[in-house]
Design a protein around this ligand. Structure first.
Ligand code: WTA
Length: 632
């Protein structure tokens, strides 16, 4: 495949081509893939209607691109290297041949249990090779996968299954994370009480904890694969058929199912993988994300495999058995590219250099950062101590909705600047707008980040509710895709993402909607109302701060009540949504029309208690004093 940019001049000419003639630019790139039938129209789009189609009419299957076409040239090369949570457990290498064989075999298991093209299949699994196999097996037969991150609660799983009407769930008995063992099947069982659409549950074994297995519904992965052949021709898909749904939080209500389709997503993730990381044949790419998030979908599974790369998949956490684990993994597998989140870097920084010194990191060539803004201190620590000053850092800005990386340096080619995502990749046309939607031109300016032209990885719809897709992304500003992020463009035209401008908070690189957390808190016995905001947190980037009104203000039992509320939030959403701080209040600052003035709550949560701005429009300004005095 020839789609790599190799110099800054090359970047500039690719960029110019992509803007002056986007269709011919992407059509040329798409030629590098395997199509069963050529597409009829490169691009059709209408941002007012929130619709985009790339390569429509083109017939393909993403697994033929990720697996089959590599068999002749690199069948014996590792496709996936798996590293266990437990450093004593042997790692597993799946060559392209082996992965192909196992994907086909499991695809036949899915078919045996009635799965067919267009069905939705929920996957709730630990970071084991079977997870990647399950994802690819769905794609092989044209079933739409909906992966739910292993940290979500039964209720969250049920909501996602019901929203997409999944008929099959693929899970495991349990998962290992650090020194913890977490039940997964039992959580799925709790979820399924509310999910009449689910006919079959396929369970792989990992922890071999006792699990309930219902006759007629539940089957073991290991038994099933013995009953089928490993010959499974790929289903023919249209480029615009759905590939997957991935739920993500927004500023209102329940998480929405972001939909990506087969062709454009394949082209975009592969192109960005090859270019941003400047992947060279034989290199080992280590993305530390979980496949339950978009980063894992795009840069552990699809991007690397479609490019014929070796992708390292790690089951554990950065601090187990100690804070040197990432460095041990890099040393052991001679990792070339490390792609991780600022929150992990900040947390490891806190443990000091003793865990880094003495580890051989000389194989590293490129470092990546994703998920949240990287502060300068973390950037320098990463650069100096991990990259030893000679591995470029790519600070990659993108979103679940964008499918792949949007604004980022190209490793070794774009001059980097700490905390800047730098320049848009070819095909990406960012613009900054003010509150009214007027474009802010020139440099050394800031505004809301929008994109004015479609790229192949753009969100196609929100599952089952296209109106919501239009409302969320295409109606704030006319004819623009609105990202929800604030951004500045400096004097060199470099972009720096400053954080969300909506009610989404980014906790350890995970998106959480304040409304979602409030709904969960409000379900707790005795809670009258709550308001949730983000606040700066040294390690997590942002922490969750909740103001809670209870029927009876708890006195000596305050702490117990806090813990009870945390238990409810864990039950409703999952541990990742637990507030870091809960302040009990008797009222919330509301305007006369009943709107909560979050600006004030954010300021108090940030520790700013003097300069709260204009409070004259408040219904009862005295609540502000109480909130200020009780600040945690
Ligand atoms: C934030 C993760 C600053 C941003 C791939 C975005 C970032 C949200 C960066 C999407 C970055 C992601 N610098 N902020 N390099 N990357 N973000 O959907 O606020 O989980 O809107 O996708 O993370 O989070 P999501």
């Amino acid at each position: 495949m020839n789609l790599q940019i190799s110099s800054f001049d090359d970047y500039e000419s690719a960029y110019n081509h992509s803007v002056s003639d986007p269709e011919s630019f992407w059509a040329e790139i798409a030629q590098n893939f395997q199509w069963r039938k050529p597409w009829k129209k490169t691009l059709e789009w209408d941002f007012t209607a929130g619709t985009t189609k790339w390569f429509a009419g083109g017939k393909m299957n993403i697994t033929e691109n990720a697996l089959d076409r590599h068999l002749a040239t690199r069948g014996d090369q590792p496709a996936i290297i798996w590293e266990s949570n437990d450093p004593q457990e042997e790692s597993i290498t799946l060559t392209y041949k082996m992965l192909h064989q196992r994907v086909c075999q499991f695809a036949n298991v899915l078919k045996k249990h009635g799965a067919k093209k267009g069905d939705r299949i929920c996957i709730y699994m630990p970071m084991i090779p079977e997870l990647a196999i399950a994802v690819l097996a769905c794609a092989r037969i044209g079933a739409i996968h909906s992966v739910v991150f292993g940290g979500f609660s039964a209720q969250s799983i049920a909501d996602r299954i019901n929203d997409a009407q999944c008929n099959i769930v693929i899970t495991s008995d349990g998962s290992f994370r650090g020194n913890k063992e977490i039940g997964l099947k039992s959580t799925v069982d709790d979820a399924l009480i509310q999910c009449p659409s689910v006919q079959k549950v396929i369970v792989s074994t990992r922890t071999r904890t006792p699990v309930s297995m219902l006759k007629g519904r539940d089957v073991w992965w290991e038994n099933e694969v013995k009953t089928v052949s490993s010959d499974c021709p790929a289903e023919e898909m249209d480029a615009e058929d759905m590939l997957f749904i991935l739920y993500t939080s927004g500023s209102t209500g329940k998480p929405k199912g972001v939909v990506h389709t087969c062709g454009g997503y394949m082209v975009y993730t592969t192109y960005t993988f090859a270019n941003v990381f400047q992947y060279q044949p034989g290199q080992v790419h280590f993305c530390t994300a979980d496949i339950g998030w978009i980063t894992g979908h795009s840069y552990i599974v699809y991007g690397p495999l479609c490019y014929g790369a070796t992708s390292l998949m790690f089951e554990g956490v950065p601090t187990y058995p100690d804070a040197g684990r990432f460095w041990d993994v890099i040393d052991k597998h001679k990792v070339d590219i490390l792609y991780t989140a600022p929150t992990a870097i900040r947390s490891l920084m806190g443990f000091g250099l003793d865990y880094v010194n003495g580890k051989d990191l000389s194989s590293l060539k490129v470092l990546g950062s994703v998920g949240e803004p990287i502060n300068e201190e973390a950037w320098h620590w990463y650069n100096d101590n991990i990259g030893k000053g000679n591995s470029p850092i790519v600070d990659t800005w993108w979103q679940t909705e964008t499918g792949g990386i949007m604004i980022s340096p190209i490793a070794g080619i774009t001059k980097t600047k700490p905390s800047y995502a730098t320049l848009p990749l070819p095909g990406i046309q960012p613009i900054l707008v003010d509150e009214k939607g007027e474009e802010i031109v020139g440099n050394d300016v800031s505004g809301n980040l929008c994109i004015k032209f479609p790229w192949p990885g753009i969100i196609r719809t929100t599952y089952g509710d296209h109106e919501r897709c239009i409302q969320t992304y295409f109606s704030t500003y006319k004819n623009l895709y609105f990202t929800g992020d604030g951004c500045l463009r400096d004097e060199d035209g470099y972009y720096r993402i400053t954080g969300r401008v909506d009610d989404v908070i980014n906790v350890s690189g995970h998106r959480i909607g304040t409304a979602e957390v409030e709904n969960a808190i409000n379900m707790h016995l005795g809670v009258v109302e709550s308001a949730v905001v983000g606040y700066p947190h040294d390690i997590k980037g942002q922490g969750i701060y909740a103001y809670v009104i209870c029927e009876k203000v708890p006195d000596q039992d305050e702490d117990l009540t806090r813990r009870d509320i945390l238990a409810t939030v864990t039950r409703v959403i999952g541990p990742i949504a637990k507030p870091d701080k809960i302040q009990f209040v008797s009222g919330l600052p509301k305007t006369r029309s009943g709107k909560i003035m979050r600006r004030i709550l954010r300021k108090v949560a940030e520790g700013e208690t003097s300069n709260l701005g204009d409070t004259s429009t408040l219904l009862d300004p005295s609540v502000v004093d109480e909130i200020r005095e009780g600040a945690l």
